[in-house]
Design a protein around this ligand. Sequence first.
Ligand code: ADP
Ligand code: MG
Length: 239
Amino acid sequence: MTAPVLRMVGVSQQYGAGELAVSALSGIDLEVSPGELVAVMGASGSGKSTLLSIAGGLQTPTSGEVVIDGSHLSTASPNELAALRRRSVGFVFQDYNLVPTLTAMENVTLPLELDGVSRRAVRRAGKDALSLVGLADRGDAYPDDLSGGQQQRVAIARAIIGGRRLILADEPTGALDSVTGELVMRTMRGRIDSGAAGILVTHEARHAAWADRIVYLRDGRIVDETRRDAAESMLAVRA
Ligand code: ADP
Ligand code: MG
């Protein structure tokens, strides 16, 4: 068996203290392997965004352990953690989170630039990533010049650039028309089929249908899990 890209063991998150304390996650155990896409579903407030942000090392849990590609986040220094996030983790958020003063190309290649990758390699990777999302000719455009759908395509290109191993998406299709939503899912699925691991937070069954496994969160706990067999998902989604 291949080692999981992501391993969460007994992860809990509490916000606040005393009587006001909110238990956002309780004892989450979750592994995601290369080639696997896990969808996370659950009501608003069930802990989905917290789970994603802890999985990607944006947030340190109150207790429990997160391991990405063999690196234990709890023992990583701030610098190591930042480098791991840049190299290994791609995030996509509902509201795109692009830097408004950077072009599409600059947004997409930012993680590689920060990592000191050579200018030529950066440029090539940026072109490849923008081509994948059908924006090869919009590299010089600024986010304001792009539609919402185009901005989300830039965001997904940024998430997959440089062979990232863990793609984390928090309701990435929420504000998109269905055609763009499909394109975002297809791009994410493509990267995962070539070896990444992914988590997709979504409310929409038709997008969860792209996943290999769906976990259901309620009040910060995984209360159910379903595995889709390949045939079923082929019929349901890609028909
Ligand atoms: P979801 O993404 O499923 O809507 P969240 O992870 O955003 O759930 O939130 C889970 C719970 O934690 C909610 O009760 C929310 O109000 C609370 N919460 C989330 N972030 C914070 C925070 N920074 N401070 C305090 N409470 C928070
Ligand atoms: Mg959320």
